[in-house]
Design a binder for this molecule. Structure first.
Ligand code: 5GP
Ligand code: MN
Length: 334
């Protein structure tokens, strides 16, 4: 692994370390951060996880998640901790704007910065960039990272629970980006005592009634299918946000339901938020939503799962998106 001997030397004596990951952290961002946190604490370092924004409540069960601080809620505390840190780990994101104001702060601070990430086209935001765009998840990379440091034996059940969570989240429960190597890692985690049934249950069966009704509303009233472009769209308006009292995490996973349609290759989910329209894109097979998100919606991510945003109104954004589809018609219909 690139830079590993330099990083091993850096971690050879106790350090003051911060770990951060992207806004609206998902299971991979949380799993990777908490796994690395537990590993570094065990190794004698002082460690604090700082996120740009809070995490969804349904991850409350993750080991030590309540110790995480976020910049939205505790900017002053985050600043003090960041200012004294010697090392920062940037996990599961590839450009500094993914961590908002926390990124602006960290950019001004002089510390050793290590990025570990699996998104396409990492930006030079850290001194050491460990990028593996073939990895299923950042959690898979954290497993590899600890092994590369020569510490495979330090991976215990707690770390395993965290890593398994990110792997399950980012592979959609072993549907995408799997590999023989990933299954070998997972079997090692199960041997450590990770309870796959229990964790899959905590991760997948976590909706409350309101969230399931919101899904019903999306599918019944907010879904549009464009068969000529093999594209499905779901859009949520500001009024939907008010009616369903939509909170952080409530819309997680809805986009994936469009992929259940056999003929659909592209799924697009538009969320009308107070100042922006946030988008989630998914695709099947060769079609790259990454290119679409990057080129037209200031976004990025992976080939089959990307996100972006727009400062136009919801209707203007939808119109623009639909207007782009003819450009991709050949690719979608080949
Ligand atoms: P989701 O649709 O689940 O929010 O995100 C799908 C993937 O795209 C994730 O890997 C996420 O990190 C990435 N992503 C989501 N929104 C953005 C964005 O606005 N910019 C970039 N660069 N990546 C994004
Ligand atoms: Mn990830």
């Amino acid at each position: 692994m690139e830079y590993i001997s330099e990083i091993r030397a850096l971690l050879a004596s106790p350090k003051d370390i911060i770990i951060t990951s992207h806004r609206n952290p998902d299971g991979d961002a949380l799993g990777a951060s908490l796994a690395l946190y537990h590993y570094l604490i065990q190794s004698g370092h002082q460690v604090q996880i700082l996120f740009p924004s809070d995490y969804p409540d349904f991850f409350d069960w993750m080991p030590d998640i309540k110790r995480i601080l976020d910049f939205d809620n505790s900017p002053d505390e985050c600043k003090v901790i960041a200012e004294r840190a010697q090392i920062a780990f940037y996990l599961d994101f590839n450009s500094i704007d993914r961590i908002d104001k926390l990124g602006e702060l960290l950019d001004t601070l002089n510390m050793r910065k290590i990025m570990i990430d699996h998104h396409l086209y990492p930006e030079p935001a850290a001194e050491f960039i460990i990028s593996d765009t073939t990895a299923s998840s950042t959690c898979e990379m954290i497993f590899d990272f600890i092994c590369a440091l020569g510490d495979r034996k330090a991976i215990n059940r707690t770390i395993g629970d965290c890593l398994y969570t990110g792997i399950v989240t980012d592979t959609g429960s072993f549907k995408y980006s799997t590999s023989p190597k990933l299954f070998r890692i997972v079997s090692e985690l199960l041997e450590l005592g990770v309870d796959d049934y229990e964790l899959q249950d905590l991760i997948a069966n976590n909706l409350n009634e309101k969230q399931l009704r919101l899904l019903g509303h999306c599918l019944d009233n907010r879904m549009e299918i464009l068969p000529e472009f093999k594209t499905g769209i779901i859009s949520l308006t500001k009024e939907d946000y008010a009616t369903f009292d939509i909170q952080r995490g409530d819309t997680e996973g809805i986009v994936n339901y469009l992929l259940k349609l056999r003929e659909i290759q592209v799924a697009a989910f538009f969320m009308e938020q107070p100042t922006i329209v946030k988008m989630s894109f998914r695709s099947k097979g060769d079609f790259s939503v990454h290119e679409l998100a990057r080129k037209h919606f200031k976004g990025g991510g992976h080939k089959n799962a990307s996100g972006g945003s727009s400062f136009q109104s919801l209707s203007a954004t939808l119109k623009r998106f639909k207007g782009l589809l003819p450009e991709y018609a050949n690719e979608l219909n080949h």
